[in-house]
Design a protein around this ligand. Structure first.
Ligand code: PLP
Length: 378
């Protein structure tokens, strides 16, 4: 009898020791405080501030809400220069907030917004730059900062992939006016659903704290309504998950590094890999590979699917092609990369025998596709 194959997805949510989670849940049941800046949310924020080495962490309901709050907090208007190669939320959150995304094409090696493309897109309507450290690869933060200063633009980093990434020895989250994180279940560190704003400025932090709670200053007597706000609070059950996972995060990263290195060793001579910023550390959150053509990608993906292995086309299509956007000039590099990039399964607990199978399928399929030539000319 053939045993049924376990389905392998691009990621698998890390779940902590259930007893540990239960202990936190018991605390919630004792106090009956389930949300509204409860003790676990406060504890998580403090521990994240220390762990990440940043001034203020304000946890919120999800990463998209964090982006929306950030745009409001910095009072963005008109046009915002952003990357076309990201998860849809980077662009959709801008559009949702009435802002116009203007795309700066990416660098074909780093997959990040190419800072060289920013300046020519700046007009009198530009208010900000929203870059993404895509797959945890730090952007050219100093060049971006210099451009933003020269033109008096705000910079908000969508750092959804950049949990625990240091640039020149300090957190990359300290760059820009502020950064946001996503703590969605698919991310390196998660709170089931969740996210955070990383804020350096004390005033802005206090303002953001009100914004996520209907504009109410919870510290004032009776809670006075002081500004326009919305509801973007994280609850105590989410924070409990985060606290459990934070205990394990170093172990998680160590094991992900092994998975990453196995792929790298076995695939780097056959496929193009993402070029990492040499001034930054990696967090092993994704393993993107670049094929020579979309046909090769589709062929390899379908061969993996036969074995119940499901890599993901992160990110496809290029965001400038979203159906709800005004047609703009296509971004040729982003369009090309998005058609050829595939993220391989990478998570804590991925067995090496599965990895070997993935590597074998990829290499065999490439051989069938290109019987005579070496796939990557080095
Ligand atoms: C996951 C993600 C988001 C959105 O985060 P959510 O917590 O799912 O709302 C935003 N930007 C990028 C680049 C992401 O990968």
């Amino acid at each position: 009898m053939v045993p049924t194959l376990k389905t392998i997805h691009v990621t698998e949510t890390y779940l902590p020791d259930i007893q540990k989670y239960q202990q936190y849940v018991e605390r919630i049941f004792e106090t009956k405080i389930v949300t509204n800046n409860g003790v676990l949310v406060c504890e998580l924020q403090e521990r994240l501030e220390k762990y990440l080495g940043v001034k203020h962490v304000l946890v919120v309901s999800n990463g998209t809400a964090a982006l929306q709050i950030a745009y409001k907090l910095l009072d963005l208007k008109g046009e915002v220069i952003t990357t076309p190669f990201s998860f849809v939320a980077t662009t959709s959150s801008l559009v949702w907030e009435g802002l116009k995304p203007i795309f700066a094409d990416i660098d074909p090696l780093s997959f990040n917004m190419d800072a060289k493309n920013i300046e020519k897109l700046i007009t009198e309507n530009t208010s900000a730059i929203v870059p993404v450290h895509v797959f945890g690869n730090a952007c050219e933060v100093e060049t971006i900062e210099e451009i933003a200063n020269r033109h008096q633009l705000k910079v908000i980093y969508d750092a959804a992939h950049a949990f625990n990434v240091n640039y020149k020895g300090k957190s990359v989250l300290k760059y820009g006016d502020l950064s946001i994180l996503s703590f969605h279940a698919t991310k390196l560190f998660h709170t089931i659903e969740g996210g955070a704003l990383i804020i350096d400025d004390d005033e802005q932090y206090l303002q953001a704290k009100k914004m996520i709670n209907f504009g109410i200053d919870a510290d004032a007597y009776g809670g006075s309504i002081e500004a326009l706000g919305i509801n973007a609070k994280m609850n105590e059950f989410q924070a409990a998950m985060g606290l459990c996972i934070l205990d394990d995060i170093d172990t998680i990263e160590k094991e992900r590094k092994l998975v990453y290195e196995y792929y790298k060793e076995n695939l780097q001579d056959h496929l193009q890999l993402q070029k990492y910023n040499s001034n930054a550390e990696m967090n092993y959150s994704y393993f993107p590979v670049l094929f020579d053509s979309e046909e090769s990608l589709l062929k390899v993906a379908s061969q993996l699917n036969v074995e119940n292995i499901f890599p993901r086309r992160y990110f496809y299509p290029s965001l400038d092609l979203l159906p709800y956007l005004e047609k703009s000039k296509t971004q040729p590099v982003s369009d090309d990369i998005s058609k050829r990039v595939l993220c391989l399964p990478l998570y804590y607990g991925l067995e090496q025998k599965i990895q070997k199978k993935i590597v074998d399928i990829i290499l065999n399929t490439l051989k069938e596709l290109h019987p005579s030539k070496k796939v990557l000319d080095k």
